[in-house]
Structure formats: C-alpha cells, structure tokens
Design a protein around this ligand. Structure first.
Ligand code: NFS
Length: 671
C-alpha cells in the first residue's frame, strides 16, 4: 500500500525546492520525492536481514534463531551486507582518486590538453612527505614521480599504502597492531568481495575488521589521493564568494549544469566557457553567454576553487531540469539519478554522459578524454548552446544565497596564524578554554525518505548554538549554504557566544565548507594537525569531536563513516540503519549494531551509531564532546563564562554618547 503523499513542506525545507515540487505536481511529473512516497522500503532488507548472495536464497531471516539455507546467522548476514556497501563506497571514491592520479601523470608528461599544475607549492609539500626529491626539480618531474607513487597504491599487493603515514603516530601503531593497515587499495576492495562470496568469511567481527581495512584504503588512500591531486592540478581552495540554490540559473544565458564528482571535466568546462570563442558562439545563439552551475560534489569542487555557483544538492538534480531553463546537464560519475533522462524528455534539456564508466539509456554520450579535454569541453558547450533555441517556458525560483566556501586544511592553518605563524594553536586553545566546546563534521547526502535539508540544518543550528564549531562537506555543506550559515555576518547571530567571538576574531563563518565528499580527508588532516599541535591528547579519539551524516543515503557515506570511526571518531548517521535488525521481534537481531558501537569503541576509540531522532543525535553528540573534554581534564563547558561577544559589545557601545563609551571602555573619559 503506498504511503501517504507528503506536502511540499514535508518534502523539503528549502523554498526553492518546495516551489519546484509544486510545479512538478502542476505539470504531472514525478520526482524522487514522489517516488519515495510510492515505494515502501523493504523492512527486512532495510534492516540488513536479507541475504541474496547466492542462488539458494534470497533468505529472509525474520524468526528467532532462523538461519539462511547455508546456515548463515543473522549477524553474519548483516556484517556481509555492510562490508559490501563499504567496499562499493570505497571503490567509488578510490576509482575517482585513480583517475585523478592518471590525469596528474598525463599533465606531468604534457599529454593532457588544457591542464597545468596550478599549485606547485602543494605538489612539493605532498611529494616531500613521501621522500620524493623536490629541490632543483621542475614541477613536472616531481608530479610525474608523485603520480607514479599514487598510481602504484591501487595495485599494490603487499606492505602498507603510503598515505597512511599522514595519520597520527599512535593511530598508525594501533592499526598495525590490529592488522588493518591497507596493503593496496584495490586489494582490500577485492578481498571484501571475496570474503563475502558464499561460503567464505563467516565470523561477523572478522568480516567487520576487514570492513575497517577497506574503508581505510578509501579515507587514507583513494580519497586522500583524489583531494591531493585535485588541489595540485586545480589549486588548493581558499575562501571566496559564491552562491547556492536554483536561483543561480539565468534566464538570459545558456545554463549548463555539471553534476557528478570528478573535477577533471568540470574544471575544463569552466575554462572553456570563458573562452572568447564560446562566449561569441553563445551570443550568436541569442544568449548573453554561458552560465555554469553545479550539483552534488562537482558543485563543491568548482564552487570552492572557481566560485562557480551551486544549483543545489543531491535532491535538486531533478528540480534543476524542472526549471525548463537548463540547456544541458553534464554528468560524469556517482549520485546521478537514472530518472534524469526520462524527466528531461518533458523539456528541452540534454542529459550528457561523459564518463567511459557511466552511460544512461536515452542520454547523449560525449566521452571525455583528458588528452583532448579542452576540445571536448568546448564540444559539450556547443551542444548546449545549440539547444538554447529549443527552450520553452521556464520557471526559475528566485531563491539563492551567498556563501564563503574554500576552507582547505591549508587555509585553516594559515588563517589561524598567518603566513609565518600558521598553526592550529588558536583553535586548540579555544577548545581548551571552552570558548569552542568541540568540533562537529556534519557531512553527507540528502535522502528523500526524510525532509530535504531538515536534519542537516536542525543538527547544525543546534550544535552552533552550543558553541560547537561545524565543518562540512558534500551535500550537507550545500544545505547550510542555502540557509546562509556559510556567511560570517548572516550566520553569527545563530551561534553561541564563545564560538561567535572566535569566529569574529578570526573572521570566519561558524560553519566551514571544506569541500566535496572525497575532501572528508581534509577533516582527517585537520584532526591529525590538532593532535600534533598538542593540548588535546595524542590521538584523534581524544579530541572533543563528532561526525554526523544526518541524511545519508549512499554507500560512500558508509565507507566514510567507517574510516572516521577507525580513525577514532564518534560517527552518527540519521535516517535508517542498514544493520538495525528488528530487536523487538527477532532476538539478538541487533548484535552487529551493538558491535559497531560498543565493540568498535573498545578497539578504535570511535564508534558508529544510527540515530533516527535528531534531538537524540544532538544530545549524544554534546554528551560525547563533554565526555572527551572531561577525559582531557579541560575546563567544564560553561557558556555564561564568556558573556557577550566582543563585536557585540562594541556595537552596543557605539550607541552610547562619547563620554559614556570611553568610561565603559577605559574606566574613565579620555582627556
Ligand atoms: Ni557524497 Fe557527493 Fe551528495 Fe551524498 Fe552524493 S554528492 S560524494 S554521496 S549525495 S553527499
């Protein structure tokens, strides 16, 4: 029986999304929101209680003590299902990292049209970390060596992946003792699949130990490589002004939406769109030019480096096409809904697939090849421009918000101390003093099963009020951007006074946008640097910090959550749990869920929990932060200690007559 249909306000808290969903209803077009209404999720599969790994099943274990045909117990089945998801997520991130490494190699050898090495400084720093000689060498030579080293990580069979040395020393030692240091990125993913083939690894804890190793191959391997190379080729992000939401689409321009994940093509489309030849071509077609906008993590990549606006997050991909104003939606890999093609048939929009790995029936395929990157980018833009004349009625919501993204860990380090005294000291000190209670990474997807953006913003706002500094990536960052939380002035009135004062002093928004989902590795680096700075313990699990993915939906999110736990973080997911079991109906069906929390906490100091209620998520996050503060012997968090923020006080003083103001400031009037 279909669930009850929800109202636009129940679908999304974003007014632009609501407007487009009303429009979709008016013209009779379905979206992920309505499809979610019509598709009741399977409660057995959803709880991790269904095994379909072989042809004797699928086996659905819904009674006490029941096993699969082969005798597999529920905890084994849940662990196998979970590791397969983690392997898929790790594979997606890491394959992205591999492509980036190949691009670096091609650029180093002059085989990639249109690219240059933009951040030579980062290239030298990263290469030097691995002992690659840098002095007196051309950037291309260094890049060639680094590309070779990075490419080798994927197929490496033995030993340890190289980037693991970037974790805190104590953590590395723990991983070695536990035998979870990845040997090679591909090897761990393949082994996860092998172990879960019928008749292999059947001890849930042993399976989950390998889940950790697989996820570490992502976080401290494939994803870290993706971030490094993107920065080296396209520039390490630093704050700039951007905009977000569907209102960034323009009526009088050719709108090209780039959607997916890898920055290689989207960066080239940005470059191509600014060439006189393309601008002229667009003008000849009657448009003012080409307006680019991003969706999902591609949006984050070009937003934080080039200031290209974000049209929205995951659940807005269909809504962008519904505006009728998108000439082309150019997609590469990951998070692309198949529904886009059918939806686009109602409009003039061309859905263009570009990756050799991704085709969608009915889409136009223009395959990307880095050797001819600029030429292909121009070709794609010409297809979009030619389509401008076919545009029909449009409906662009007049909703957009400004934001300041671009907080790479390099920039955070710089902003805290300047060029010569770059340091995490001020951040650590603010935490030690209790001005900042702790740090929360609020990341991950949207999910049409919950109200779009609601859970993200609910937990973000509450933690800010509680003086928790928030860092964000992925679709969660775009959710906060749309609400104005990524702007200093607009966001600060919503945050606790201690945190507010720190933000005012440094001149930052209370929510730091750190990039795309592969850039969660930047958060790992920040946590490591906080450890190395001193004062907050000697490993990541001692820092008063939490990781939250309130609206998760993708397997990549599970991989991220797992590597963060293995790195020592307390991670909570909202929404549904893939290992929930049905503890009220089937005895011990939550053994795996308990192990991910209590079991992993004993081993890694971090734990993974699925918490549907956002208030409970907030409560547990704050309790954890306070518990970690106490364990470090830090001052108890007391918000009233810091009184009003400095800027706030100055603003009030400005209202006073001069003598009284001087009295308040200096104790007596200045003569
Ligand atoms: Ni992350 Fe980025 Fe968004 Fe989720 Fe998808 S875009 S890689 S998976 S939906 S946050």
């Amino acid at each position: 029986m279909p669930k009850e249909k929800r109202s636009p306000e129940q679908y999304s808290i974003d007014p632009a999304a609501q407007e487009m969903l009303i429009r979709a209803e008016e013209i009779g077009i379905g979206t992920a929101f309505t499809r979610a209404d019509n598709m009741v999720p399977c409660n057995i599969g959803g709880a991790g209680m269904c095994c379909k790994l072989c042809g004797m099943g699928p086996c659905r274990l819904t009674k006490d003590g029941q096993t699969g045909v082969c005798g597999a117990t529920l905890d084994t089945i849940q662990a196998r299902n979970l590791i397969r998801a983690i392997a898929a997520g790790s594979a997606a991130h890491s394959d992205h990292g591999r492509d980036m490494a190949f691009t670096l190699k091609a650029v180093a050898n002059g085989e990639a049209e249109g690219y240059i090495i933009r951040d030579v400084a980062k290239l030298r720093v990263v290469a030097a970390r691995y002992g690659i000689p840098v002095d007196g060498r051309a950037p291309e030579e260094i890049a060639n060596d680094l590309a070779d080293l990075y490419i080798a990580q994927f197929g490496q069979q033995k030993g340890e992946i190289a980037p693991i040395i970037r974790a805190p020393e104590k953590r590395q030692k723990l991983w070695k003792e536990l035998k979870v240091v990845p040997r090679g990125i591909d090897r761990e993913v393949v082994e996860a699949l092998h172990r879960t083939h019928m008749g292999d690894d059947q001890d849930p804890e042993h399976i989950l130990q390998h889940a950790v190793r697989t996820s570490l191959a992502d976080g401290w391997g494939g994803s870290m490589i993706a971030t490094d190379v993107a920065d080296i080729l396209f520039g390490t992000p630093a704050p700039l002004l951007g905009q977000a939401n569907l209102g960034v689409l323009k009526q009088d321009m050719v709108n090209v939406v780039v959607h997916g994940h890898e920055p290689t093509l989207s960066e080239m489309i940005v470059a191509a769109s600014q060439t006189p030849e393309i601008i002229e071509y667009a003008r000849a077609a009657g448009a003012k030019g080409v307006n680019l906008a991003g969706i999902c993590c591609t949006a984050n990549e070009i937003l934080m480096r080039q200031g290209i606006p974000a049209a929205g997050n995951f659940l807005q991909q269909e809504l962008a096409i519904l505006t009728g104003a998108v000439e082309a939606m150019v997609v590469d890999v990951q998070c692309i809904m198949q529904a886009l093609v059918g939806l686009a048939e109602n409009f003039h929009t061309k859905v263009i697939t570009t990756s050799p790995k991704v085709k969608i029936k009915g889409a136009t395929h223009i395959e990307f090849d880095e050797r001819h990157a600029l030429t292909i980018a121009k070709q794609i833009l010409r297809v979009a421009i030619d389509n401008y004349q076919n545009r029909g009625a449009t409906h662009i919501p007049d909703v957009r918000e400004s934001l300041i993204p671009g907080f790479s860990h390099e920039y955070i380090n710089y902003m805290l101390g300047g060029s010569y005294r770059a340091s995490f000291r001020p951040l650590n000190d603010a935490i030690v003093a209790g001005r900042i209670r702790g740090v929360a990474a609020i990341v991950g997807c949207n999910n049409p099963r919950s109200t779009h953006d609601y859970l993200h913003t609910k937990v973000t706002r509450e933690l800010l009020r509680q003086d928790v500094l928030v860092v964000q990536t992925g679709c969660g960052a775009i959710a906060s951007a749309k609400l104005g939380l990524l702007l200093g002035e607009a966001g600060l009135d919503q945050v606790g006074l201690g945190l507010r004062e720190v933000c005012e002093t440094i001149g930052i928004p209370p929510v730091l946008h750190m990039g795309s989902c592969v850039d969660n590795t930047r958060i790992l680096t920040v946590l490591t640097q906080m450890v190395e700075e001193g004062g907050l313990g000697d490993d990541i699990d001692q820092i008063p910090a939490v990781g939250l993915a309130p609206e998760w939906m993708s397997e990549k999110a599970l991989a991220i959550g797992t590597y963060c736990v293995a790195s020592g973080a307390y991670v909570m997911f909202g929404g549904s749990s893939p290992v929930s079991g049905m503890p009220d109906k089937v005895e011990d069906s939550d053994i795996v869920a308990r192990y991910l929390s209590e079991g992993w906490e004993k081993i890694y100091g971090g734990k993974l929990e699925f918490v549907a209620d956002p208030d409970e998520m907030i409560r547990r996050a704050l309790a954890h932060i306070d518990h970690k503060r106490a364990a470090l012997g830090l001052a108890e968090y007391k918000p009233e200690r810091f009184g009003r923020s400095g800027d706030d006080r100055m603003r009030q003083l400005e209202q006073l007559p001069l003598v009284e103001r001087q009295q308040a400031l200096y104790g007596s009037p200045v003569k």
